[in-house]
Write a protein that binds this ligand. Sequence first.
Ligand SMILES: *Cc1c(COP(=O)(O)O)cnc(C)c1O
Ligand SMILES: [Zn+2]
Length: 398
Amino acid sequence: MIRCVSCGEEYDDDEVIYTCEKCGSVLELVNEIDVSKDIFDGRKDNLWKFKECIPVDETKIVSLDEGGTPFCKCDKLGDELGVNLYVKVEGSNPTGSFKDRGMTVGMTKAMELGVSTVGCASTGNTSASLSAYAARAGLRCIVFLPSGKVALGKLAQAMFHGAEVMSINGNFDEALEAMTALALEKHLYLLNSINPYRLEGQKTIGYEIVRDLGWQAPDRIILPVGNAGNISAIWKGVKEFYDAGFIKDLPMMTGIQAEGACPVTNAFRKGDKRVVPVENPETIATAIRIGAPVSDIKALNAIYDSNGYSETVTDEEILDAQKLLARTEGIGVEPASAASIAGLKKLVDEGVVDKGETITCVVTGHLLKDPNTAIDACTKPTEVDADIDTLREILMNK
Ligand SMILES: *Cc1c(COP(=O)(O)O)cnc(C)c1O
Ligand SMILES: [Zn+2]
Protein backbone atom coordinates (compact mmCIF):
# COMPACT_ATOMS: atom_id res chain seq x y z
CA MET A 1 0.00 0.00 0.00
CA ILE A 2 1.09 3.57 -0.76
CA ARG A 3 0.26 6.22 1.83
CA CYS A 4 0.50 10.00 1.97
CA VAL A 5 2.98 11.06 4.67
CA SER A 6 0.91 14.17 5.49
CA CYS A 7 -2.81 13.31 5.34
CA GLY A 8 -2.64 9.51 5.44
CA GLU A 9 -4.67 8.99 2.26
CA GLU A 10 -4.04 5.48 0.92
CA TYR A 11 -3.40 4.36 -2.66
CA ASP A 12 -3.09 1.04 -4.39
CA ASP A 13 0.44 -0.27 -5.18
CA ASP A 14 -0.34 -0.38 -8.88
CA GLU A 15 -1.35 3.23 -9.26
CA VAL A 16 1.20 5.37 -11.08
CA ILE A 17 1.21 8.22 -8.66
CA TYR A 18 3.95 10.50 -7.35
CA THR A 19 2.18 12.87 -4.95
CA CYS A 20 -1.03 12.76 -2.92
CA GLU A 21 -4.13 13.61 -4.96
CA LYS A 22 -5.80 15.05 -1.88
CA CYS A 23 -3.11 17.26 -0.36
CA GLY A 24 -0.16 17.24 -2.77
CA SER A 25 2.29 15.81 -0.25
CA VAL A 26 4.85 13.04 -0.80
CA LEU A 27 3.99 9.34 -0.59
CA GLU A 28 5.58 6.32 1.00
CA LEU A 29 5.19 2.57 0.84
CA VAL A 30 3.80 0.99 3.97
CA ASN A 31 5.12 -2.45 4.71
CA GLU A 32 5.43 -4.64 7.71
CA ILE A 33 8.23 -7.13 8.07
CA ASP A 34 6.90 -10.55 8.98
CA VAL A 35 10.01 -12.67 8.49
CA SER A 36 12.84 -13.60 10.82
CA LYS A 37 16.20 -11.95 10.17
CA ASP A 38 17.77 -15.41 9.94
CA ILE A 39 16.38 -15.85 6.44
CA PHE A 40 18.86 -13.24 5.15
CA ASP A 41 21.81 -15.41 6.24
CA GLY A 42 23.77 -17.18 3.54
CA ARG A 43 22.22 -15.28 0.68
CA LYS A 44 24.37 -13.37 -1.81
CA ASP A 45 25.20 -10.01 -0.24
CA ASN A 46 23.33 -7.62 -2.44
CA LEU A 47 20.19 -5.69 -1.57
CA TRP A 48 17.85 -8.37 -2.92
CA LYS A 49 18.86 -10.55 0.01
CA PHE A 50 16.21 -8.44 1.75
CA LYS A 51 13.59 -9.13 -0.95
CA GLU A 52 10.86 -10.01 1.56
CA CYS A 53 11.10 -6.39 2.78
CA ILE A 54 10.93 -4.77 -0.65
CA PRO A 55 7.38 -4.49 -2.03
CA VAL A 56 7.86 -5.37 -5.71
CA ASP A 57 7.35 -8.49 -7.82
CA GLU A 58 10.52 -10.56 -7.45
CA THR A 59 10.01 -12.23 -10.84
CA LYS A 60 10.53 -8.82 -12.51
CA ILE A 61 13.81 -7.86 -10.84
CA VAL A 62 16.24 -5.73 -12.87
CA SER A 63 19.55 -5.91 -11.05
CA LEU A 64 23.25 -5.22 -11.51
CA ASP A 65 24.14 -6.80 -8.15
CA GLU A 66 23.89 -3.53 -6.21
CA GLY A 67 24.18 -3.09 -2.46
CA GLY A 68 26.33 -5.14 -0.12
CA THR A 69 28.80 -2.25 -0.17
CA PRO A 70 31.97 -2.02 1.97
CA PHE A 71 31.58 -1.00 5.60
CA CYS A 72 35.02 0.26 6.57
CA LYS A 73 36.14 0.84 10.12
CA CYS A 74 38.22 4.01 10.01
CA ASP A 75 40.39 4.01 13.13
CA LYS A 76 42.94 6.61 12.05
CA LEU A 77 40.33 9.23 11.29
CA GLY A 78 38.10 8.06 14.12
CA ASP A 79 40.89 8.36 16.70
CA GLU A 80 41.74 11.82 15.41
CA LEU A 81 38.13 12.89 15.98
CA GLY A 82 37.57 10.89 19.16
CA VAL A 83 34.78 8.73 17.78
CA ASN A 84 34.25 5.12 16.75
CA LEU A 85 33.98 5.65 12.99
CA TYR A 86 32.63 3.44 10.24
CA VAL A 87 32.27 4.54 6.64
CA LYS A 88 29.64 2.99 4.35
CA VAL A 89 31.15 3.19 0.88
CA GLU A 90 28.29 3.63 -1.58
CA GLY A 91 30.68 4.50 -4.42
CA SER A 92 31.19 0.74 -4.71
CA ASN A 93 27.77 0.26 -6.30
CA PRO A 94 27.65 -0.73 -10.01
CA THR A 95 27.52 2.82 -11.40
CA GLY A 96 29.40 4.34 -8.49
CA SER A 97 26.68 5.79 -6.26
CA PHE A 98 23.86 4.74 -3.92
CA LYS A 99 21.36 5.73 -6.62
CA ASP A 100 21.70 2.15 -7.93
CA ARG A 101 19.86 0.87 -4.86
CA GLY A 102 16.91 3.05 -5.67
CA MET A 103 17.09 2.34 -9.35
CA THR A 104 17.08 -1.45 -9.15
CA VAL A 105 13.80 -1.28 -7.22
CA GLY A 106 12.37 1.59 -9.28
CA MET A 107 13.20 -0.17 -12.53
CA THR A 108 11.72 -3.42 -11.24
CA LYS A 109 8.50 -1.51 -10.50
CA ALA A 110 8.64 0.00 -14.01
CA MET A 111 8.76 -3.54 -15.46
CA GLU A 112 5.89 -4.58 -13.20
CA LEU A 113 3.82 -1.63 -14.45
CA GLY A 114 4.78 -2.41 -18.04
CA VAL A 115 5.98 1.09 -18.94
CA SER A 116 8.10 1.67 -22.05
CA THR A 117 9.83 4.96 -21.19
CA VAL A 118 11.53 6.11 -18.02
CA GLY A 119 12.92 9.52 -17.17
CA CYS A 120 14.59 11.67 -14.55
CA ALA A 121 16.06 15.07 -13.90
CA SER A 122 19.43 14.76 -12.30
CA THR A 123 22.45 16.49 -10.84
CA GLY A 124 24.29 13.56 -12.44
CA ASN A 125 24.23 10.33 -10.46
CA THR A 126 20.53 9.59 -10.86
CA SER A 127 20.94 9.87 -14.63
CA ALA A 128 24.06 7.70 -14.64
CA SER A 129 22.22 5.04 -12.71
CA LEU A 130 18.91 5.29 -14.55
CA SER A 131 20.55 5.05 -17.97
CA ALA A 132 22.42 1.89 -16.97
CA TYR A 133 19.34 0.20 -15.50
CA ALA A 134 17.16 1.29 -18.44
CA ALA A 135 19.70 -0.28 -20.78
CA ARG A 136 19.55 -3.51 -18.79
CA ALA A 137 15.76 -3.44 -18.80
CA GLY A 138 15.59 -2.48 -22.48
CA LEU A 139 13.52 0.66 -21.92
CA ARG A 140 13.71 4.10 -23.51
CA CYS A 141 15.39 6.58 -21.15
CA ILE A 142 15.07 10.37 -21.07
CA VAL A 143 17.38 12.45 -18.91
CA PHE A 144 17.35 16.18 -18.08
CA LEU A 145 20.59 17.65 -16.75
CA PRO A 146 21.26 21.21 -15.57
CA SER A 147 23.47 22.68 -18.28
CA GLY A 148 27.16 22.86 -17.40
CA LYS A 149 26.69 21.69 -13.82
CA VAL A 150 27.13 17.93 -14.10
CA ALA A 151 30.41 16.27 -13.14
CA LEU A 152 32.25 14.71 -16.06
CA GLY A 153 32.10 11.05 -15.02
CA LYS A 154 28.34 11.16 -14.53
CA LEU A 155 27.75 12.82 -17.88
CA ALA A 156 29.92 10.18 -19.56
CA GLN A 157 27.84 7.43 -17.98
CA ALA A 158 24.46 8.86 -18.93
CA MET A 159 25.56 9.40 -22.53
CA PHE A 160 27.40 6.11 -22.90
CA HIS A 161 24.57 3.89 -21.68
CA GLY A 162 22.37 5.34 -24.38
CA ALA A 163 19.99 7.69 -22.57
CA GLU A 164 18.47 10.56 -24.53
CA VAL A 165 20.23 13.33 -22.67
CA MET A 166 18.96 16.89 -22.68
CA SER A 167 20.98 19.74 -21.26
CA ILE A 168 18.48 22.08 -19.65
CA ASN A 169 19.13 25.80 -19.40
CA GLY A 170 18.32 26.08 -15.74
CA ASN A 171 19.22 24.51 -12.43
CA PHE A 172 18.26 21.06 -11.12
CA ASP A 173 15.05 22.27 -9.48
CA GLU A 174 13.83 23.69 -12.79
CA ALA A 175 14.83 20.57 -14.70
CA LEU A 176 12.93 18.41 -12.20
CA GLU A 177 9.83 20.56 -12.45
CA ALA A 178 9.81 20.13 -16.24
CA MET A 179 10.45 16.37 -16.04
CA THR A 180 7.69 15.96 -13.44
CA ALA A 181 5.22 17.81 -15.64
CA LEU A 182 5.96 15.42 -18.52
CA ALA A 183 5.54 12.44 -16.19
CA LEU A 184 2.16 13.74 -15.02
CA GLU A 185 1.14 13.96 -18.70
CA LYS A 186 2.08 10.25 -18.79
CA HIS A 187 4.83 10.56 -21.39
CA LEU A 188 7.18 8.62 -19.13
CA TYR A 189 7.58 6.91 -15.77
CA LEU A 190 9.40 9.25 -13.38
CA LEU A 191 12.32 7.76 -11.50
CA ASN A 192 13.40 10.67 -9.37
CA SER A 193 13.31 10.09 -5.62
CA ILE A 194 9.81 11.52 -5.36
CA ASN A 195 8.91 8.07 -6.68
CA PRO A 196 8.52 6.15 -3.40
CA TYR A 197 9.87 2.91 -4.90
CA ARG A 198 13.29 4.55 -5.22
CA LEU A 199 13.38 4.97 -1.46
CA GLU A 200 12.39 1.32 -0.95
CA GLY A 201 15.75 0.44 -2.50
CA GLN A 202 17.73 3.09 -0.70
CA LYS A 203 16.37 2.08 2.70
CA THR A 204 18.60 -0.99 2.45
CA ILE A 205 21.57 1.26 3.32
CA GLY A 206 19.96 1.43 6.77
CA TYR A 207 19.39 -2.33 6.77
CA GLU A 208 23.02 -3.02 5.91
CA ILE A 209 24.50 -0.58 8.42
CA VAL A 210 22.74 -2.24 11.35
CA ARG A 211 23.41 -5.70 9.96
CA ASP A 212 27.12 -4.84 9.50
CA LEU A 213 27.30 -3.67 13.11
CA GLY A 214 26.05 -7.06 14.28
CA TRP A 215 22.35 -6.11 14.46
CA GLN A 216 22.95 -2.89 16.33
CA ALA A 217 22.32 0.69 15.39
CA PRO A 218 25.18 3.20 15.49
CA ASP A 219 24.61 6.21 17.76
CA ARG A 220 24.47 8.37 14.68
CA ILE A 221 24.28 8.14 10.88
CA ILE A 222 25.71 11.14 9.06
CA LEU A 223 25.11 11.78 5.36
CA PRO A 224 24.91 14.54 2.76
CA VAL A 225 21.44 15.88 1.99
CA GLY A 226 20.37 17.23 -1.39
CA ASN A 227 16.90 16.32 -2.58
CA ALA A 228 16.52 14.70 0.87
CA GLY A 229 15.36 11.27 -0.30
CA ASN A 230 18.27 9.28 1.04
CA ILE A 231 18.13 10.43 4.66
CA SER A 232 14.39 9.68 4.60
CA ALA A 233 15.01 6.24 3.10
CA ILE A 234 17.76 5.22 5.52
CA TRP A 235 15.57 6.27 8.45
CA LYS A 236 12.71 4.20 7.04
CA GLY A 237 15.04 1.21 6.78
CA VAL A 238 16.37 1.34 10.32
CA LYS A 239 12.91 1.99 11.69
CA GLU A 240 11.50 -1.05 9.86
CA PHE A 241 14.20 -3.25 11.37
CA TYR A 242 13.56 -1.66 14.77
CA ASP A 243 9.82 -2.29 14.50
CA ALA A 244 10.55 -5.87 13.46
CA GLY A 245 12.62 -6.31 16.62
CA PHE A 246 15.92 -6.88 14.75
CA ILE A 247 17.61 -3.99 16.62
CA LYS A 248 16.98 -2.40 20.00
CA ASP A 249 18.01 1.21 19.41
CA LEU A 250 17.66 3.81 16.70
CA PRO A 251 20.38 6.11 15.34
CA MET A 252 20.28 9.91 15.34
CA MET A 253 19.85 10.90 11.71
CA THR A 254 22.25 13.71 10.90
CA GLY A 255 21.97 15.52 7.57
CA ILE A 256 24.75 17.71 6.20
CA GLN A 257 24.19 20.35 3.54
CA ALA A 258 26.47 22.70 1.64
CA GLU A 259 26.34 26.27 2.92
CA GLY A 260 25.17 27.53 -0.48
CA ALA A 261 22.33 25.00 -0.74
CA CYS A 262 20.96 24.43 2.75
CA PRO A 263 17.15 24.67 2.90
CA VAL A 264 16.87 21.63 5.17
CA THR A 265 19.39 22.96 7.71
CA ASN A 266 17.64 26.35 7.65
CA ALA A 267 14.33 24.67 8.45
CA PHE A 268 15.90 22.53 11.17
CA ARG A 269 17.39 25.61 12.85
CA LYS A 270 13.93 27.17 13.00
CA GLY A 271 12.20 23.95 14.04
CA ASP A 272 10.07 24.04 10.87
CA LYS A 273 8.49 21.01 9.19
CA ARG A 274 8.89 22.34 5.65
CA VAL A 275 11.72 24.12 3.86
CA VAL A 276 11.74 27.54 2.31
CA PRO A 277 13.42 26.91 -1.06
CA VAL A 278 16.87 28.43 -1.63
CA GLU A 279 16.67 30.40 -4.87
CA ASN A 280 20.09 30.05 -6.48
CA PRO A 281 21.75 27.03 -4.86
CA GLU A 282 25.50 26.97 -5.35
CA THR A 283 28.22 24.54 -4.23
CA ILE A 284 31.14 22.63 -5.66
CA ALA A 285 29.34 19.50 -4.44
CA THR A 286 27.06 19.37 -7.48
CA ALA A 287 25.19 16.26 -6.26
CA ILE A 288 23.66 18.32 -3.46
CA ARG A 289 23.27 21.58 -5.36
CA ILE A 290 19.51 21.60 -4.78
CA GLY A 291 17.34 24.45 -3.51
CA ALA A 292 13.89 22.86 -3.27
CA PRO A 293 14.23 19.30 -1.94
CA VAL A 294 11.15 17.22 -2.74
CA SER A 295 11.46 14.98 0.33
CA ASP A 296 11.80 17.85 2.82
CA ILE A 297 8.86 16.69 4.95
CA LYS A 298 10.18 13.15 5.24
CA ALA A 299 13.74 14.29 5.91
CA LEU A 300 12.78 16.77 8.62
CA ASN A 301 10.54 14.14 10.22
CA ALA A 302 13.48 11.72 10.21
CA ILE A 303 15.73 14.30 11.87
CA TYR A 304 13.19 15.31 14.52
CA ASP A 305 11.91 11.78 15.23
CA SER A 306 15.42 10.42 15.67
CA ASN A 307 16.61 13.30 17.86
CA GLY A 308 19.04 14.02 15.03
CA TYR A 309 20.65 17.16 13.70
CA SER A 310 21.42 19.17 10.58
CA GLU A 311 24.45 21.32 9.88
CA THR A 312 26.08 23.09 6.95
CA VAL A 313 29.65 22.94 5.70
CA THR A 314 31.53 25.23 3.32
CA ASP A 315 32.95 24.13 -0.02
CA GLU A 316 36.42 24.50 1.47
CA GLU A 317 35.53 22.19 4.36
CA ILE A 318 34.12 19.70 1.86
CA LEU A 319 37.29 19.67 -0.23
CA ASP A 320 39.49 19.36 2.88
CA ALA A 321 37.42 16.42 4.13
CA GLN A 322 37.51 14.76 0.71
CA LYS A 323 41.30 14.88 0.76
CA LEU A 324 41.50 13.82 4.41
CA LEU A 325 39.41 10.69 3.83
CA ALA A 326 41.36 9.80 0.69
CA ARG A 327 44.73 10.28 2.32
CA THR A 328 44.20 8.87 5.80
CA GLU A 329 41.87 5.99 4.96
CA GLY A 330 42.28 5.37 1.23
CA ILE A 331 38.62 6.01 0.49
CA GLY A 332 38.05 8.15 -2.59
CA VAL A 333 34.71 9.93 -2.74
CA GLU A 334 33.14 12.74 -4.73
CA PRO A 335 32.71 16.17 -3.07
CA ALA A 336 29.06 15.74 -1.98
CA SER A 337 29.95 12.53 -0.16
CA ALA A 338 32.74 14.26 1.71
CA ALA A 339 30.14 16.58 3.24
CA SER A 340 29.37 13.77 5.69
CA ILE A 341 32.99 13.69 6.89
CA ALA A 342 33.23 17.50 6.94
CA GLY A 343 29.98 17.57 8.91
CA LEU A 344 31.26 15.02 11.41
CA LYS A 345 34.38 17.13 12.00
CA LYS A 346 32.33 20.25 12.53
CA LEU A 347 29.85 18.56 14.88
CA VAL A 348 32.71 17.15 16.97
CA ASP A 349 34.18 20.67 17.22
CA GLU A 350 30.77 22.07 18.18
CA GLY A 351 30.22 19.39 20.81
CA VAL A 352 27.07 18.08 19.14
CA VAL A 353 28.77 14.73 18.62
CA ASP A 354 30.01 13.29 21.91
CA LYS A 355 33.40 11.69 22.32
CA GLY A 356 33.24 7.94 21.90
CA GLU A 357 30.04 7.92 19.83
CA THR A 358 29.71 5.16 17.27
CA ILE A 359 29.23 6.96 13.98
CA THR A 360 28.47 5.75 10.49
CA CYS A 361 29.22 8.23 7.74
CA VAL A 362 27.57 7.33 4.46
CA VAL A 363 29.80 8.33 1.56
CA THR A 364 27.46 8.42 -1.37
CA GLY A 365 29.47 8.48 -4.60
CA HIS A 366 32.88 7.55 -6.01
CA LEU A 367 35.86 9.88 -6.44
CA LEU A 368 35.98 9.18 -10.20
CA LYS A 369 32.55 10.72 -10.68
CA ASP A 370 34.12 14.17 -10.58
CA PRO A 371 37.68 13.86 -11.90
CA ASN A 372 38.01 17.57 -12.66
CA THR A 373 37.50 18.65 -9.06
CA ALA A 374 39.94 15.97 -7.89
CA ILE A 375 42.64 17.08 -10.32
CA ASP A 376 42.14 20.75 -9.50
CA ALA A 377 42.68 19.95 -5.82
CA CYS A 378 46.16 18.53 -6.42
CA THR A 379 49.50 19.87 -7.57
CA LYS A 380 50.37 18.72 -11.06
CA PRO A 381 52.80 15.80 -11.37
CA THR A 382 56.35 16.89 -12.25
CA GLU A 383 57.37 16.03 -15.78
CA VAL A 384 60.71 14.26 -15.99
CA ASP A 385 62.64 12.15 -18.45
CA ALA A 386 62.93 8.44 -17.75
CA ASP A 387 66.50 8.92 -16.63
CA ILE A 388 67.44 6.95 -13.52
CA ASP A 389 70.00 9.48 -12.23
CA THR A 390 67.58 12.38 -12.41
CA LEU A 391 64.78 10.31 -10.89
CA ARG A 392 66.98 9.07 -8.05
CA GLU A 393 68.03 12.61 -7.26
CA ILE A 394 64.43 13.78 -7.12
CA LEU A 395 63.42 10.91 -4.81
CA MET A 396 66.32 11.44 -2.46
CA ASN A 397 65.63 15.15 -2.19
CA LYS A 398 62.00 14.70 -1.12
C1 LIG B 1 21.97 12.01 -4.92
C2 LIG B 1 23.21 12.23 -4.14
C3 LIG B 1 23.21 12.84 -2.87
C4 LIG B 1 21.98 13.42 -2.27
O1 LIG B 1 21.00 12.48 -1.93
P1 LIG B 1 19.48 12.97 -1.75
O2 LIG B 1 18.71 11.75 -1.63
O3 LIG B 1 19.16 13.77 -2.97
O4 LIG B 1 19.47 13.83 -0.52
C5 LIG B 1 24.39 12.93 -2.19
N1 LIG B 1 25.55 12.46 -2.71
C6 LIG B 1 25.59 11.89 -3.92
C7 LIG B 1 26.90 11.42 -4.44
C8 LIG B 1 24.43 11.75 -4.67
O5 LIG B 1 24.51 11.19 -5.88
ZN1 LIG C 1 -2.22 13.65 1.36
